[in-house]
Design a binder for this molecule. Sequence first.
Ligand SMILES: [Fe+2]
Ligand SMILES: [Fe+2]
Length: 337
Amino acid sequence: MHPATRPSAILAVVISLLHTTACCGDTTVEPFHHTDQFEVTVEGLVARRGNLDPMTQEGCEALCTSRLFLLEAPTVHMCVATLDSTEPDASEDTGDTGDTGDNRSGRGKVQIDCIVSGFERCVGGRYSAALQARASGRGADPVAAWLAREACGEAGSVIAFRRLARELEALGAPASLVARARSAMRDEVVHARMVGDLARARGGSPDRVAEAPLPLRSLEELALENAVEGCVHETFAAARAAWQASYASDPSVRSLSAVLAADEAAHADLAADVHAWACSVLPPPDAQRVEAARRRAWAELAANPVPVDATSARALGLPDAIAHRRIVGALIEALAA
Ligand SMILES: [Fe+2]
Ligand SMILES: [Fe+2]
């Protein structure tokens, strides 16, 4: 991999954005509510996958929340589906699409407007199927709660990397990858302690993490998780930490984020190298599925800025929706270069 395309180049990407983004210090307040507007193309107005009919309240809400993978336990406050256009069913052999015989036959476009709220899903740590739950924690205020969730995520990353090292070894991966996964695990022990200390100092209470019983997985399963959680989420987390190191109004968060940004960038490099190795070993169709998952996760992340309240945005230096899209867009571009 050319050095310029390594994920650790994300620090350079973020630094260049810091120099060219005029509005980021004065963050646009992103309300905790998330407003979404999108269009779905369906056949017989029934999305084949999941059998969701957007013209029903249930289908509308399910389609809306399925896009918001960054929200835990989302609550839909409003979901309105508007039929934009329909085309006659061109083929007779499309099978049963739920066609009711009215104007809901054929292909159609449906505009969906929805308002959702929920808790931000932590992408600061590396999630793994080896964990019983995603990161969670509580706090007296949003900043404390955010730090508590992050601390829980960092603790979860310890388990995720321990698991990754064990599985890489069992799958015959190069010893250097195994060693780097163990090194990353040790980094995460330090992160969990640092972020946990800061969270508790602010009145936060990280939830405990627990390892889920999980048999050793296939290379494809490991690679799929690595593609999403390592190549995308942890890479974004590294960039976000670099951003926070510049914009957090809380000096403790700034100095902590600078340490996290450097380590997480190295973890992002590790994820990229695991991805490259796995894709070189897997049969081509499996490798293509893994690569497609990586690309899809980037697209989903780009489309879903994390809602954050104003207090947290300022104290923690979190990117607003505009900055989020610029960071993710720049990362996609840089990594594809
Ligand atoms: Fe970490
Ligand atoms: Fe990490």
